[in-house]
Design a protein around this ligand. Sequence first.
Ligand SMILES: [Zn+2]
Length: 80
Amino acid sequence: MNKQDEIQEVTEIYGIDIEEKGISRMSLWHNIGSVRGKCGHKHHTISGLMKCWIEDQRDCEKMGGYSDRFPRKIKWDEEE
Ligand SMILES: [Zn+2]
């Protein structure tokens, strides 16, 4: 599976709304999990968000675990 297909599949599974040029420009996203915590970024493109998320999953898999991080929209009033 290539990167594009992988991103497509992930976004379909999780119902992430993609516009032609990425996630809505007004939205910032990050990957967050109760165990792994926040990824520490503010993603404004679907490709950046998915790349970060997939890489985190892979890093955890390499160590025999898994990541509980999940793509989520950052709330406007949310702290860093
Ligand atoms: Zn990130």
